[in-house]
Write a protein that binds this ligand. Structure first.
Ligand SMILES: [Zn+2]
Length: 476
């Protein structure tokens, strides 16, 4: 048995400035795909499962990047060509892919659907294709048309990415070994939902994820999923979805389960509140100043690099500089290559003038003076801890998500436990930061990942959509 594998992973923020080129992606072609962990999060679970089953694996291509602005057409076309070239002339029994599911290309709002259609055209109508998708995938009609089976993350923060790859590969292997066809049941519904309101340990998401596990137990159902889409993309395909994989012989049940899951989610639509105490920025800092819990970690939720924002707004930092009741707070991270270079040239302990980041929405930099304290390379990014007037800030030479791990700030010489207030360019915190934080707050800052979705300038999202249209109705 021979199965082709590949990965294409991007969550595109269409509100973010600029475009994303191929150079931004980590890529791997051919056998390199099997040995790297940088081109997808579920591909490792897929490969391991197929390996264990003694299957011959045909590696194609992998490409993954931190969430970022709209992807350039040339970048996507390169990925697609690599997929098709690798499959050309090959006879495979199945295809198993690791896709995020929310990529947006300059002239193609549905690249995953476009890719799957092209792969389908190459491997033929009878070769099964399964995929692992992120919980924040935007599912499209074309994706459903060309996919036979789907597994999605059931945790947010995402801690089951490898297991999801195992599930996608198992769906394919079981179908091939059992000689049964797969069926999909798909029920989209008109709703936008931020991850900051739908962590899987918070209600109502916790109960809804439990329903997926119950659904898996139904006769003929193999893998039931919710996909929540990605609200910081102005996509004509935006929305939430129930998507269920089962046996072809149980198509009616599979569709029924998808409808039931969608209806239950929709019924609870107004229960999705912020999973962390959320305030306007000024009130969040007041709360941070007054609490006894130390450290309090404040998420700068309008500028989340993990959701594609520029990681360079200084609105919250400016507000922190204007106060003296936060101890010596730490801000991680502001991406600004010129400021990083200025710090490097000045050297440790030397004062340096900085025009840092940008105030949103004016774009004006924050004019300040700082003293570089410590330098460090982390995951390919050059970073420096800079002491400003009363606030320490970590500046990086590029966008990076390294602050997800509190060990990173420890390696720069800052023990989080010794700071009263730490501000992170984050939405919901990583499990490690939840552990380190005595109290967590959301500062609802303006920016490219604005949490007040109704304030975003959507033009392509179908209307009515909840909560942009509070009175939106939907009935199957
Ligand atoms: Zn996600």
């Amino acid at each position: 048995m021979k199965i082709a594998v590949g990965a294409m992973s991007h969550e595109t923020n269409t509100f973010a400035m600029g475009t994303t080129s191929l150079e931004t992606f980590d890529t791997a072609v051919g056998s390199d795909l099997l040995t790297t962990d940088r081109v997808g999060r579920s591909i490792g679970g897929i490969v391991e499962t197929l390996d264990d089953a003694g299957v011959e694996i045909l590696p194609t291509v992998g490409a993954s990047a931190l969430p970022a602005p709209t992807v350039e057409t040339e970048a996507y076309e390169w990925m697609k060509r690599e997929f098709l070239d690798a499959l050309d002339g090959e006879s495979v029994d199945g295809v198993c892919l690791d896709l995020h599911g929310s990529m947006f290309v300059a002239d193609e709002p549905d690249p995953e659907g476009n890719l799957l259609a092209a792969i389908r055209n190459t491997v033929g109508p009878n070769t099964m294709i399964t995929a692992a998708l992120d919980m924040h995938a935007t599912v499209t009609e074309r994706m459903v048309e060309h996919l036979d089976g789907v597994a999605g993350y059931r945790t947010a923060p995402h801690t089951d990415v490898v297991e999801t790859g195992v599930r996608a590969a198992t769906l394919l292997l079981d179908a091939l070994n059992g000689d049964t066809d797969l069926a999909l049941g798909w029920e989209p519904f008109p709703m936008l939902l931020a991850g900051e309101r739908s962590e899987s340990e918070a209600e109502p998401m916790c109960t809804l994820v439990g329903l997926l596990e119950d659904a898996d137990g139904r006769e003929g159902v193999y893998d039931a999923n919710y996909f929540l889409g990605f609200p910081w993309a102005d996509s004509p395909h935006a929305g939430c979805h129930a998507l269920v994989t089962g046996a072809a012989g149980a198509q009616v049940v599979v569709e029924e389960v998808a409808t039931d899951l969608a209806e239950e989610f929709w019924r609870r639509r107004d229960e999705f509140d912020f999973t962390t105490e959320a305030y306007d920025p000024g009130t969040a800092l007041d709360e941070a100043a007054e609490t006894d819990a130390r450290p309090v970690v404040v998420a700068d939720t309008g500028d989340i690099p993990g959701a594609g924002a520029g990681e360079n707004t200084t609105n919250l930092l400016a507000a922190m500089l204007a106060r003296d009741d936060l101890g010596t707070p730490l801000v991680a991270v502001v991406a600004d290559v010129e400021c990083y270079e200025a710090c490097r040239e000045a050297g440790r302990g030397e004062d340096v003038r900085l025009s840092l980041g940008r105030l949103y929405p004016s774009g004006e930099p924050l004019e300040t003076t700082g003293t570089p304290v410590a330098f460090r390379e982390e995951e390919g990014a050059q970073t420096v801890l800079v002491s400003l007037d009363g606030v320490d800030v970590i500046v990086a030479d590029r966008r990076t998500n390294v602050h997800r791990d509190p060990e990173f700030v420890r390696r720069l010489g800052v023990d989080p436990a010794t700071r009263a207030v730490i501000a992170l360019k984050s939405g919901y915190l990583s499990p490690a930061w939840k552990e380190a934080a005595a109290r967590r707050l959301f500062a609802l800052t303006p920016g490219e990942t604005n949490q007040q979705l109704a304030d975003l300038p959507y033009e392509r999202v179908p209307r009515p959509t909840y909560p942009l249209d509070e009175d939106a109705t939907w009935q199957r």
